[in-house]
Design a protein around this ligand. Structure first.
Ligand SMILES: NC(=O)c1ccc[n+]([C@@H]2O[C@H](COP(=O)([O-])OP(=O)(O)OC[C@H]3O[C@@H](n4cnc5c(N)ncnc54)[C@H](OP(=O)(O)O)[C@@H]3O)[C@@H](O)[C@H]2O)c1
Length: 228
């Protein structure tokens, strides 16, 4: 695992998006012992009260500070806002994309036609980021409800896809510390296996269940390498 300031694991989680997912991830990350910075699109003062109530202990900051100080950046903005993410600020950063495409909310997004998974579209906009996809296939409220200690018989599993081995290790560690078994889903493009409409997106699975659904999806879509 990559060496980071203060140790071998991410210490500071930075969240872009202070809505349902952003504050939900912030709460669980605080419980797991991380320092948490969170930003919306504007002045941090606008979200001060929300953060005090929804994720006490997290620090409302600018998006610039999130990108400058976080060891791992969580993207939790509406997908159609992906072009407002700053490619320069995210260059070289470990980043996890929790976003999904919903036509009703996001409208038509022709860019998706060029990307098997929506995360590949996001990466094309922030090409210097070290991007993983995860946490998109769990409801924001389930982050708290379904979290379990490692080894619990009823521990839920979540998939992580990425083309970057170090980012994959960091994000899987993060997911584990949030209270879930993290399954290595292979390259970023394999995120199609856990996007809206898929069994993994829709259901509750333990590790064996995620692995089995992943294999079935990749076999059906002709992707050869289920995991790396
Ligand atoms: N809801 C769920 O259970 C769930 C579960 C998994 C994944 N997701 C996905 O997660 C993403 C976020 O969903 P949500 O339900 O949390 O949305 P939401 O409640 O609408 O919150 C979106 C947040 O993004 C902020 N934002 C917009 N552009 C930004 C930027 N450039 N930098 C920083 N913050 C920015 C908004 O701030 P302003 O108000 O200042 O614009 C707002 O705080 C979506 O892609 C969704 O599909 C949702």
């Amino acid at each position: 695992m990559e060496t980071l300031p203060g140790g071998t694991q991410p210490q500071t989680i930075g969240i872009l998006g202070a809505g349902k997912v952003g504050t939900g991830v912030a709460r669980q990350a605080l419980l797991a012992g991380y320092r948490v910075l969170i930003a919306a699109s504007g002045d941090p003062a606008n979200i001060g009260l929300i953060i005090q109530v929804m994720a006490p202990g997290a620090e409302a900051v600018t998006a610039e500070r999130v990108m400058a100080e976080a060891d791992l950046v969580v993207l939790s903005v509406p997908l159609h806002k992906f072009r407002t993410l700053d490619p320069a600020g995210l260059a070289g950063k470990h980043v996890v994309d929790t976003m999904n495409y919903w036509q009703d909310t996001n409208g038509e997004m022709p860019e998706l036609a060029d990307a098997p998974s929506s995360s590949e579209m996001v990466l094309a906009h922030i090409p210097g980021a070290r991007l993983a996809k995860s946490l998109n296939h769990i409801g924001y409220h389930e982050l708290e409800l379904d979290a379990r200690p490692a080894g619990a018989a009823d521990r839920r599993a979540l998939a992580v896809s990425t083309d970057d081995d170090a980012t994959g290790a960091l994000v899987r560690e993060f997911v584990e510390r949030l209270g879930f078994d993290a399954v290595d889903a292979g390259p970023l493009t394999n995120g199609t296996a856990f996007e809206p409409g898929t069994p993994i997106f829709t259901g509750w699975y333990d590790r064996a269940g995620v692995e089995s659904e992943l294999t079935a999806h990749l076999a059906a879509s002709g992707k050869l390498e289920p995991a790396h």
